[in-house]
Design a protein around this ligand. Structure first.
Ligand code: FAD
Ligand code: PHB
Length: 392
């Protein structure tokens, strides 16, 4: 039987970052991942990092490539009613965001874990947690046809929304909060220069559209789509036509089209479970909460959870106190609910929910208000760059 202090399930950004920070602070851990390392390193998802996330990655010694390759964005644009309005993040908040793909963050973390000789077990299937209520939990898994066991002090469930950790907790011990939106995002990645230097979030009668990027030569675009849409119904030409129709004319003119190198549909949901600590299991990142991607908060929230949890565990092993680990759930949830609120609000403002023109008129009125009120646009900017971390 293997033995470690913290068994981490999932080698997504939360699991890898937690593993890296714990090891740097002398806490032994093992990461179990269902997929191969190549699969993990190639997943395309988030693109926007808050400064707090950048700082944590630097602290975790995985910041060098990010700091040299990221694109620093001091603002973004809101498109609506044929116009575009720039939200000047820097002027309104003094802060900026960084465009650096989750794929790159994951690659940097994987490379760092290898250099630090971290114990990572890939292709671990049938992961099962036992004894979470007692002092000696175990994690069982199968690899290469053999079943093995890890004895540990704590389990960190970093295994995403569909993972096994949250499902291992008796339903009565968790409360879930959920909102399912009646649409998804169809996203493409293409090696073409971005339409604009900054991101453009566009509200349109045909539905929402987003212009994002990964670099000055690689673009990421999304259009709102129905939940029952099939990828086969979206050849590149249809995607580019639909995107251009939904953007302000000045932006649409600058869209450079090209073959897509990835195309996928993601449903949108808001989801939170409480509490985030059950016995000796901690739920972290997407295993504990999902936000619609409109506010670019998912990965940032996952990093914020890791920040609270690694401090708590390091403190526990340093002093023997359980104060911080007992407060993990409450501290993380305070930030989570604010991000859930912001992501829900920004989603509601920018998407087409029905054919009812009343709803669209309300959205246009609120967007117009944002362009006139420094208070309103500052609230948007503050939430977008990431709220300050609370000390206690
Ligand atoms: P995951 O990335 O889901 O990782 C979980 C890991 O656990 C996976 O590697 C999985 O294979 C593994 N696993 C699952 N089950 C098991 C098991 N039983 N045993 C072992 N391992 C298991 N966030 C932002 O902050 N900014 C953005 O701009 C942004 N844009 C997004 C755009 C899209 C289209 C989508 C879908 C998401 C976006 N997000 C964004 C959200 C962000 O990608 C997630 O919040 C982030 O991936 C969460 O990381 P995680 O490590 O908690 O979970
Ligand atoms: C992305 O680039 O994938 C992206 C950017 C901003 C968002 C969501 C996704 O709000």
């Amino acid at each position: 039987m293997l033995r470690t202090q913290v068994a981490i399930v999932g080698a997504g950004p939360s699991g890898l970052l937690l593993s890296q920070l714990l090891q740097l602070h002398g806490v032994d851990n093992i990461v179990l991942e269902r997929q191969t390392s190549d699969y993990v390193a190639s997943r395309i998802r988030a693109g926007v990092l808050e400064s707090g996330t950048v700082d944590l990655l630097v602290k975790a010694d995985v910041g060098a490539r990010m700091l040299s390759e990221r694109l620093v964005h001091e603002g973004f644009a809101l498109g609506f009613a044929g116009r575009d309005f720039r939200v000047d993040l820097k002027r309104l908040t003094g802060d900026v965001v960084s465009v650096y793909g989750q794929t790159e963050v994951t690659k940097d973390l994987l490379a760092a874990r290898v250099v630090a000789k971290g114990h990572l077990i890939f292709e671990a299937t049938q992961v099962a947690l036992e004894g979470l209520d007692g002092a000696h939990p175990t994690v069982r898994y199968t690899q290469g046809g053999k079943t093995r066991e890890i004895a540990c002090d704590f389990v960190a469930g970093c295994d995403g929304y569909h993972g096994v950790c949250r499902q291992s907790v008796p339903a009565a011990a968790l409360q879930t909060f959920e909102r399912i939106y009646p649409f998804g995002w169809l996203g493409i990645l293409a090696d073409v220069p971005p339409a604009a230097h900054e991101l453009v979030y566009s509200n349109h009668e045909r539905g929402f559209a987003l212009c994002s990027m990964r670099s000055t030569t690689r673009s990421r675009y999304y259009v709102q789509c129905g939940l029952d849409e099939k990828l086969e119904a979206w050849p590149d030409s249809r995607f580019w036509d639909e995107l251009r129709m939904r953007l302000p004319a000045a932006v649409a003119e600058t869209v450079v089209t090209g073959p897509s190198i990835e195309k996928s549909i993601a449903p949108l949901r808001s989801f939170v479970v409480e509490p985030l600590k059950v016995g000796r299991l901690f739920l972290v990142g997407d295993a504990a909460h999902i936000v619609p991607p409109t506010g670019a908060k998912g990965l940032n929230l996952a990093a914020a959870d890791v920040r609270v949890l690694y401090h708590a565990l390091v403190e526990h092993y340093r002093t023997g106190s359980t104060e911080f680990i007992d407060r993990y759930s409450e501290r993380a949830l305070r930030r989570i609910w604010k991000a859930v609120r912001f992501s829900w609000w920004f989603t509601s403002l920018m998407h087409k929910f029905s054919d009812d023109p009343f709803n669209h008129r309300l959205q246009l009125a609120e967007l117009d208000y944002l362009t006139k009120s420094k208070a309103a646009v500052t609230s948007l900017a503050e939430n977008y760059v990431g709220l300050p971390f609370e000390r206690s």
